[in-house]
Ligand binder design. Structure first.
Ligand code: GDD
Ligand code: MN
Length: 386
Protein backbone atom coordinates (compact mmCIF):
# COMPACT_ATOMS: atom_id res chain seq x y z
CA UNK A 1 0.00 0.00 0.00
CA UNK A 2 1.12 3.53 -0.76
CA UNK A 3 0.59 4.76 2.78
CA UNK A 4 2.93 2.11 4.14
CA UNK A 5 5.99 3.54 2.41
CA UNK A 6 4.97 7.05 3.29
CA UNK A 7 5.14 8.71 -0.15
CA UNK A 8 2.63 8.90 -2.92
CA UNK A 9 3.39 8.70 -6.58
CA UNK A 10 2.66 12.37 -7.13
CA UNK A 11 5.05 13.31 -4.35
CA UNK A 12 7.83 11.36 -6.04
CA UNK A 13 7.15 13.35 -9.19
CA UNK A 14 7.42 16.69 -7.41
CA UNK A 15 10.54 15.69 -5.56
CA UNK A 16 12.25 14.79 -8.82
CA UNK A 17 11.31 18.08 -10.37
CA UNK A 18 12.71 19.94 -7.40
CA UNK A 19 15.92 17.99 -7.37
CA UNK A 20 16.72 18.64 -11.00
CA UNK A 21 14.99 21.97 -11.18
CA UNK A 22 13.66 21.11 -14.65
CA UNK A 23 10.32 19.69 -15.64
CA UNK A 24 10.56 16.17 -16.95
CA UNK A 25 10.67 16.82 -20.72
CA UNK A 26 9.05 14.58 -23.29
CA UNK A 27 11.52 12.19 -24.85
CA UNK A 28 12.27 12.57 -28.53
CA UNK A 29 9.88 11.29 -31.15
CA UNK A 30 12.59 11.10 -33.79
CA UNK A 31 16.24 10.13 -33.39
CA UNK A 32 18.52 11.07 -36.26
CA UNK A 33 21.52 8.74 -36.27
CA UNK A 34 24.61 10.42 -37.67
CA UNK A 35 27.48 7.96 -38.28
CA UNK A 36 30.68 9.92 -38.56
CA UNK A 37 34.30 9.44 -39.34
CA UNK A 38 36.34 12.61 -39.74
CA UNK A 39 33.39 14.97 -40.07
CA UNK A 40 34.46 17.63 -37.56
CA UNK A 41 33.79 20.45 -40.01
CA UNK A 42 30.40 19.12 -41.08
CA UNK A 43 28.77 18.33 -37.73
CA UNK A 44 28.20 21.93 -36.53
CA UNK A 45 26.73 22.92 -39.90
CA UNK A 46 24.51 19.86 -39.95
CA UNK A 47 23.13 20.50 -36.45
CA UNK A 48 22.13 24.00 -37.58
CA UNK A 49 20.43 22.57 -40.68
CA UNK A 50 18.56 19.96 -38.63
CA UNK A 51 17.40 22.63 -36.21
CA UNK A 52 15.81 24.54 -39.09
CA UNK A 53 14.44 21.54 -40.97
CA UNK A 54 12.89 19.86 -37.92
CA UNK A 55 11.05 22.84 -36.41
CA UNK A 56 7.98 21.64 -34.53
CA UNK A 57 9.27 18.07 -34.23
CA UNK A 58 10.61 16.66 -30.96
CA UNK A 59 13.94 15.33 -32.23
CA UNK A 60 17.37 14.34 -31.07
CA UNK A 61 20.53 13.51 -33.00
CA UNK A 62 22.93 10.74 -32.04
CA UNK A 63 26.42 11.18 -33.45
CA UNK A 64 28.15 7.79 -33.61
CA UNK A 65 31.80 8.55 -34.08
CA UNK A 66 34.49 5.91 -34.49
CA UNK A 67 37.11 7.86 -32.56
CA UNK A 68 37.92 10.09 -35.56
CA UNK A 69 41.45 11.50 -35.50
CA UNK A 70 40.11 14.91 -36.59
CA UNK A 71 38.30 15.40 -33.27
CA UNK A 72 34.71 14.88 -34.46
CA UNK A 73 33.76 13.49 -31.03
CA UNK A 74 35.05 16.59 -29.24
CA UNK A 75 33.24 18.91 -31.65
CA UNK A 76 29.98 17.03 -31.19
CA UNK A 77 30.36 16.97 -27.40
CA UNK A 78 30.96 20.71 -27.32
CA UNK A 79 27.62 21.19 -29.08
CA UNK A 80 25.94 18.68 -26.77
CA UNK A 81 27.04 20.65 -23.71
CA UNK A 82 24.60 23.41 -24.56
CA UNK A 83 22.12 21.44 -26.67
CA UNK A 84 20.58 18.41 -24.93
CA UNK A 85 19.11 17.22 -28.23
CA UNK A 86 22.60 16.17 -29.32
CA UNK A 87 24.01 12.90 -28.00
CA UNK A 88 27.36 11.34 -28.75
CA UNK A 89 28.54 7.75 -28.89
CA UNK A 90 32.29 7.41 -29.18
CA UNK A 91 33.36 3.96 -30.32
CA UNK A 92 36.90 2.86 -29.70
CA UNK A 93 38.58 -0.05 -31.47
CA UNK A 94 35.72 -0.49 -33.92
CA UNK A 95 35.19 0.77 -37.43
CA UNK A 96 32.33 0.48 -39.87
CA UNK A 97 29.40 2.52 -41.09
CA UNK A 98 26.80 -0.24 -40.69
CA UNK A 99 27.89 -1.09 -37.15
CA UNK A 100 27.83 2.58 -36.16
CA UNK A 101 24.26 2.92 -37.48
CA UNK A 102 23.12 -0.21 -35.65
CA UNK A 103 24.58 1.02 -32.36
CA UNK A 104 22.99 4.41 -32.85
CA UNK A 105 19.58 2.87 -33.51
CA UNK A 106 19.91 0.65 -30.44
CA UNK A 107 20.85 3.66 -28.29
CA UNK A 108 17.61 5.42 -29.21
CA UNK A 109 14.30 5.19 -27.37
CA UNK A 110 12.35 7.18 -29.91
CA UNK A 111 9.61 5.43 -31.90
CA UNK A 112 11.16 6.61 -35.19
CA UNK A 113 14.81 6.61 -36.19
CA UNK A 114 16.47 8.11 -39.24
CA UNK A 115 19.91 7.17 -40.51
CA UNK A 116 21.65 9.93 -42.39
CA UNK A 117 25.22 10.72 -43.51
CA UNK A 118 26.91 13.35 -41.38
CA UNK A 119 28.68 14.96 -44.35
CA UNK A 120 25.82 17.16 -45.63
CA UNK A 121 25.32 15.03 -48.77
CA UNK A 122 21.84 14.01 -47.62
CA UNK A 123 18.99 16.49 -47.85
CA UNK A 124 17.74 17.06 -44.30
CA UNK A 125 14.65 18.91 -45.52
CA UNK A 126 13.29 15.50 -46.54
CA UNK A 127 13.14 14.32 -42.90
CA UNK A 128 9.73 15.83 -42.00
CA UNK A 129 8.19 14.24 -45.12
CA UNK A 130 9.73 10.89 -44.24
CA UNK A 131 8.34 11.16 -40.72
CA UNK A 132 4.88 12.02 -42.06
CA UNK A 133 4.94 8.93 -44.25
CA UNK A 134 5.87 6.71 -41.32
CA UNK A 135 3.21 8.21 -39.07
CA UNK A 136 0.28 8.54 -41.44
CA UNK A 137 0.60 5.44 -43.57
CA UNK A 138 1.08 1.93 -42.41
CA UNK A 139 4.69 2.16 -43.53
CA UNK A 140 7.63 0.67 -41.62
CA UNK A 141 10.53 2.03 -43.62
CA UNK A 142 10.94 5.14 -45.76
CA UNK A 143 13.95 5.19 -48.07
CA UNK A 144 15.32 8.38 -49.56
CA UNK A 145 16.25 7.22 -53.01
CA UNK A 146 18.52 8.74 -55.62
CA UNK A 147 16.97 6.57 -58.30
CA UNK A 148 13.22 6.93 -57.90
CA UNK A 149 11.67 9.39 -60.31
CA UNK A 150 12.54 12.93 -59.23
CA UNK A 151 15.65 11.83 -57.32
CA UNK A 152 19.10 12.24 -58.78
CA UNK A 153 22.66 11.56 -57.85
CA UNK A 154 23.23 15.23 -58.66
CA UNK A 155 26.87 16.21 -58.40
CA UNK A 156 27.40 13.80 -55.54
CA UNK A 157 28.72 10.75 -57.43
CA UNK A 158 31.52 10.46 -59.97
CA UNK A 159 30.67 8.71 -63.26
CA UNK A 160 32.49 5.54 -62.25
CA UNK A 161 30.80 5.46 -58.82
CA UNK A 162 27.41 5.97 -60.47
CA UNK A 163 28.11 3.01 -62.76
CA UNK A 164 29.29 0.83 -59.88
CA UNK A 165 26.26 1.79 -57.89
CA UNK A 166 23.99 0.72 -60.79
CA UNK A 167 25.69 -2.68 -61.04
CA UNK A 168 25.36 -3.18 -57.30
CA UNK A 169 21.67 -2.25 -57.36
CA UNK A 170 20.99 -4.53 -60.30
CA UNK A 171 22.60 -7.48 -58.53
CA UNK A 172 20.70 -6.82 -55.32
CA UNK A 173 17.48 -6.84 -57.27
CA UNK A 174 18.28 -10.00 -59.23
CA UNK A 175 19.85 -12.03 -56.46
CA UNK A 176 17.76 -10.99 -53.48
CA UNK A 177 14.52 -9.86 -55.02
CA UNK A 178 14.94 -6.60 -53.22
CA UNK A 179 12.78 -4.24 -55.21
CA UNK A 180 14.28 -1.04 -53.82
CA UNK A 181 15.44 1.35 -56.53
CA UNK A 182 18.40 2.42 -54.37
CA UNK A 183 19.36 -0.38 -51.94
CA UNK A 184 22.76 1.25 -51.36
CA UNK A 185 21.19 4.42 -50.00
CA UNK A 186 22.48 5.47 -46.61
CA UNK A 187 19.45 7.70 -45.96
CA UNK A 188 16.30 6.17 -44.51
CA UNK A 189 13.84 6.30 -41.62
CA UNK A 190 12.38 3.30 -39.87
CA UNK A 191 10.15 2.35 -36.95
CA UNK A 192 12.65 1.63 -34.20
CA UNK A 193 10.90 -1.53 -33.01
CA UNK A 194 11.18 -3.01 -36.51
CA UNK A 195 14.90 -2.27 -36.77
CA UNK A 196 15.44 -3.47 -33.23
CA UNK A 197 13.79 -6.80 -33.99
CA UNK A 198 16.18 -7.35 -36.91
CA UNK A 199 19.32 -5.97 -35.25
CA UNK A 200 20.81 -9.29 -34.22
CA UNK A 201 20.80 -10.48 -37.84
CA UNK A 202 22.63 -7.47 -39.25
CA UNK A 203 26.29 -7.40 -40.20
CA UNK A 204 28.25 -4.48 -38.70
CA UNK A 205 30.80 -4.39 -41.49
CA UNK A 206 30.73 -2.10 -44.47
CA UNK A 207 28.16 0.28 -45.91
CA UNK A 208 25.25 -2.02 -46.64
CA UNK A 209 22.93 -1.49 -43.70
CA UNK A 210 19.80 -0.75 -45.73
CA UNK A 211 20.16 -3.77 -48.02
CA UNK A 212 20.93 -5.89 -44.99
CA UNK A 213 17.86 -4.61 -43.13
CA UNK A 214 15.51 -5.17 -46.04
CA UNK A 215 16.83 -8.58 -47.06
CA UNK A 216 16.96 -9.79 -43.43
CA UNK A 217 13.31 -8.79 -43.01
CA UNK A 218 12.48 -11.08 -45.99
CA UNK A 219 9.51 -9.14 -47.20
CA UNK A 220 7.93 -8.25 -43.87
CA UNK A 221 8.69 -4.51 -44.01
CA UNK A 222 6.28 -2.12 -45.65
CA UNK A 223 8.53 0.18 -47.62
CA UNK A 224 8.05 3.56 -49.27
CA UNK A 225 10.58 5.44 -51.38
CA UNK A 226 10.96 9.19 -51.68
CA UNK A 227 13.23 10.94 -54.19
CA UNK A 228 16.07 13.25 -53.24
CA UNK A 229 19.15 14.81 -54.77
CA UNK A 230 22.50 13.62 -53.48
CA UNK A 231 24.60 16.69 -52.73
CA UNK A 232 28.28 17.14 -53.38
CA UNK A 233 30.64 16.76 -50.46
CA UNK A 234 32.04 20.09 -49.24
CA UNK A 235 34.44 19.13 -46.44
CA UNK A 236 36.45 15.97 -45.80
CA UNK A 237 36.46 12.90 -48.03
CA UNK A 238 34.49 9.76 -48.82
CA UNK A 239 35.42 6.55 -46.98
CA UNK A 240 33.82 4.23 -49.51
CA UNK A 241 36.61 2.18 -51.03
CA UNK A 242 37.19 -1.06 -52.90
CA UNK A 243 37.05 -3.05 -49.68
CA UNK A 244 33.60 -1.66 -48.89
CA UNK A 245 32.47 -2.72 -52.35
CA UNK A 246 33.89 -6.22 -51.91
CA UNK A 247 32.09 -6.46 -48.62
CA UNK A 248 28.81 -5.46 -50.28
CA UNK A 249 29.14 -8.29 -52.82
CA UNK A 250 29.95 -10.60 -49.94
CA UNK A 251 26.62 -9.75 -48.35
CA UNK A 252 24.78 -10.32 -51.63
CA UNK A 253 26.28 -13.81 -51.89
CA UNK A 254 25.73 -14.67 -48.24
CA UNK A 255 22.09 -13.58 -48.37
CA UNK A 256 21.63 -15.34 -51.69
CA UNK A 257 22.73 -18.57 -50.06
CA UNK A 258 20.18 -17.94 -47.32
CA UNK A 259 22.65 -16.95 -44.63
CA UNK A 260 23.92 -20.52 -44.36
CA UNK A 261 27.43 -19.18 -44.64
CA UNK A 262 28.43 -15.86 -43.16
CA UNK A 263 29.98 -13.03 -45.16
CA UNK A 264 33.09 -13.50 -43.11
CA UNK A 265 33.39 -17.21 -43.89
CA UNK A 266 32.88 -16.50 -47.59
CA UNK A 267 35.62 -13.91 -47.52
CA UNK A 268 37.85 -16.31 -45.59
CA UNK A 269 37.19 -18.97 -48.23
CA UNK A 270 38.05 -16.59 -51.08
CA UNK A 271 41.28 -15.63 -49.36
CA UNK A 272 42.01 -19.33 -48.87
CA UNK A 273 41.48 -19.94 -52.58
CA UNK A 274 43.89 -17.13 -53.42
CA UNK A 275 46.35 -18.80 -51.03
CA UNK A 276 46.32 -21.91 -53.18
CA UNK A 277 47.39 -19.88 -56.20
CA UNK A 278 50.12 -18.17 -54.16
CA UNK A 279 51.25 -21.56 -52.85
CA UNK A 280 51.58 -23.08 -56.31
CA UNK A 281 53.42 -20.05 -57.68
CA UNK A 282 55.85 -20.05 -54.75
CA UNK A 283 56.37 -23.81 -55.00
CA UNK A 284 57.24 -23.52 -58.67
CA UNK A 285 59.73 -20.75 -57.93
CA UNK A 286 61.42 -22.64 -55.12
CA UNK A 287 61.66 -25.78 -57.27
CA UNK A 288 63.13 -23.80 -60.14
CA UNK A 289 65.54 -22.29 -57.62
CA UNK A 290 66.82 -25.79 -56.92
CA UNK A 291 65.19 -26.58 -53.54
CA UNK A 292 64.24 -30.19 -52.95
CA UNK A 293 60.50 -30.87 -52.92
CA UNK A 294 59.87 -31.19 -49.18
CA UNK A 295 61.70 -27.99 -48.40
CA UNK A 296 60.11 -26.16 -51.31
CA UNK A 297 56.65 -27.35 -50.23
CA UNK A 298 57.20 -26.20 -46.65
CA UNK A 299 58.56 -22.82 -47.72
CA UNK A 300 55.66 -22.35 -50.16
CA UNK A 301 53.21 -23.14 -47.33
CA UNK A 302 54.70 -20.37 -45.25
CA UNK A 303 54.50 -17.93 -48.15
CA UNK A 304 50.82 -18.83 -48.68
CA UNK A 305 49.97 -18.66 -44.96
CA UNK A 306 51.67 -15.29 -44.69
CA UNK A 307 49.79 -13.96 -47.69
CA UNK A 308 46.52 -15.37 -46.31
CA UNK A 309 47.18 -13.80 -42.94
CA UNK A 310 47.69 -10.32 -44.35
CA UNK A 311 44.75 -10.57 -46.75
CA UNK A 312 42.45 -11.75 -43.96
CA UNK A 313 43.76 -9.00 -41.74
CA UNK A 314 42.92 -6.44 -44.46
CA UNK A 315 39.64 -7.92 -45.70
CA UNK A 316 37.99 -10.59 -43.61
CA UNK A 317 38.82 -9.08 -40.24
CA UNK A 318 39.22 -5.46 -41.21
CA UNK A 319 37.03 -4.49 -38.25
CA UNK A 320 39.40 -6.28 -35.88
CA UNK A 321 42.58 -5.48 -37.80
CA UNK A 322 45.79 -6.28 -35.96
CA UNK A 323 48.62 -3.76 -36.13
CA UNK A 324 52.27 -3.59 -35.14
CA UNK A 325 53.35 -6.11 -32.53
CA UNK A 326 49.81 -7.51 -32.32
CA UNK A 327 50.02 -8.35 -36.03
CA UNK A 328 53.29 -10.23 -35.48
CA UNK A 329 51.75 -12.27 -32.64
CA UNK A 330 48.67 -12.78 -34.81
CA UNK A 331 50.81 -14.11 -37.66
CA UNK A 332 52.42 -16.67 -35.34
CA UNK A 333 49.07 -17.89 -33.96
CA UNK A 334 47.80 -18.03 -37.54
CA UNK A 335 50.73 -20.30 -38.51
CA UNK A 336 49.89 -22.51 -35.53
CA UNK A 337 46.20 -22.63 -36.38
CA UNK A 338 46.89 -23.46 -40.03
CA UNK A 339 49.36 -26.22 -39.12
CA UNK A 340 46.67 -27.97 -37.11
CA UNK A 341 44.34 -27.25 -40.06
CA UNK A 342 46.64 -29.26 -42.32
CA UNK A 343 46.44 -32.19 -39.89
CA UNK A 344 42.63 -31.95 -39.86
CA UNK A 345 42.64 -31.77 -43.64
CA UNK A 346 44.90 -34.79 -44.16
CA UNK A 347 43.21 -36.74 -41.36
CA UNK A 348 39.74 -36.38 -42.79
CA UNK A 349 40.93 -36.99 -46.33
CA UNK A 350 42.66 -40.21 -45.21
CA UNK A 351 39.56 -41.42 -43.40
CA UNK A 352 37.48 -41.01 -46.52
CA UNK A 353 40.11 -42.16 -48.98
CA UNK A 354 39.20 -45.83 -49.07
CA UNK A 355 38.37 -46.11 -52.70
CA UNK A 356 40.94 -44.47 -55.04
CA UNK A 357 38.25 -43.53 -57.57
CA UNK A 358 36.85 -41.11 -54.96
CA UNK A 359 40.16 -39.28 -54.47
CA UNK A 360 38.49 -35.95 -55.37
CA UNK A 361 35.79 -36.42 -52.75
CA UNK A 362 38.35 -37.24 -50.05
CA UNK A 363 40.48 -34.31 -51.12
CA UNK A 364 37.59 -31.85 -51.09
CA UNK A 365 36.25 -33.07 -47.76
CA UNK A 366 39.71 -32.68 -46.28
CA UNK A 367 40.10 -29.18 -47.66
CA UNK A 368 36.66 -28.14 -46.38
CA UNK A 369 37.44 -29.58 -42.97
CA UNK A 370 40.75 -27.71 -42.92
CA UNK A 371 39.06 -24.46 -43.96
CA UNK A 372 36.34 -24.77 -41.30
CA UNK A 373 38.95 -25.48 -38.66
CA UNK A 374 41.17 -22.61 -39.77
CA UNK A 375 38.22 -20.25 -39.80
CA UNK A 376 36.85 -21.24 -36.41
CA UNK A 377 40.23 -21.38 -34.71
CA UNK A 378 41.66 -18.20 -36.22
CA UNK A 379 38.58 -16.17 -35.38
CA UNK A 380 38.80 -17.42 -31.80
CA UNK A 381 42.57 -17.07 -31.43
CA UNK A 382 44.14 -14.77 -33.98
CA UNK A 383 41.38 -12.21 -34.45
CA UNK A 384 39.58 -12.74 -31.19
CA UNK A 385 37.20 -10.03 -30.07
CA UNK A 386 38.92 -7.81 -27.56
N1 GDD B 1 31.09 5.84 -37.44
C1 GDD B 1 31.52 5.65 -38.70
N2 GDD B 1 32.42 4.65 -38.95
N3 GDD B 1 31.05 6.42 -39.69
C2 GDD B 1 31.51 6.21 -40.94
C3 GDD B 1 32.44 5.22 -41.27
C4 GDD B 1 32.92 4.39 -40.20
O1 GDD B 1 33.73 3.49 -40.37
N4 GDD B 1 32.68 5.26 -42.61
C5 GDD B 1 31.92 6.27 -43.09
N5 GDD B 1 31.23 6.86 -42.10
C6 GDD B 1 30.29 7.99 -42.17
C7 GDD B 1 30.86 9.21 -42.84
O2 GDD B 1 31.50 10.06 -41.91
C8 GDD B 1 29.61 9.84 -43.41
O3 GDD B 1 28.93 10.59 -42.45
C9 GDD B 1 28.76 8.65 -43.80
O4 GDD B 1 29.21 7.57 -42.97
C10 GDD B 1 28.89 8.26 -45.29
O5 GDD B 1 30.26 8.02 -45.56
P1 GDD B 1 30.95 8.59 -46.90
O6 GDD B 1 32.35 8.13 -46.84
O7 GDD B 1 30.68 10.04 -47.06
O8 GDD B 1 30.15 7.75 -47.97
P2 GDD B 1 29.86 8.15 -49.48
O9 GDD B 1 29.29 9.52 -49.58
O10 GDD B 1 31.06 7.85 -50.29
O11 GDD B 1 28.74 7.07 -49.79
C11 GDD B 1 27.35 7.38 -49.79
O12 GDD B 1 26.76 6.69 -50.84
C12 GDD B 1 26.79 5.27 -50.70
C13 GDD B 1 26.20 4.63 -51.91
O13 GDD B 1 26.84 5.05 -53.05
C14 GDD B 1 26.71 7.00 -48.45
O14 GDD B 1 25.39 7.55 -48.42
C15 GDD B 1 26.60 5.52 -48.25
O15 GDD B 1 25.77 5.25 -47.11
C16 GDD B 1 25.99 4.88 -49.47
O16 GDD B 1 26.02 3.47 -49.33
MN1 MN C 1 29.45 11.08 -48.32
Amino acid sequence: MNGAVGVTVSEIGTQEMDAQNVPAGKSAELSVILPSFNEAKNIPILVGLLDTALKGINWEAIVVDDNSPDGTTEVARAIAESDPRIRVIRRIGRRGLSGACIEGILASSAPYVAVMDADLQHDETLLPKMLDELKSDDTDLVVASRKVEGGTVGEGLSAIRAWGSNVANGLAQKLLNVTLTDPMSGFFMVRREKAEALASRLSPQGFKILLDLVSSASGTLKIKELPFTFRERQHGESKLDTLVTLDYFGLLLAKYFGDVVSVRFLMFGLVGASGLVVHLAALRMFLLGGLEFNLAQTAASFVAMTSNFFLNNQLTYRDRRLRGLQAMVGLLTFYAVCSVGVLANVGVANLIYLDPSYWWFAGTAGAVMGAVWNYAASSALTWRKS
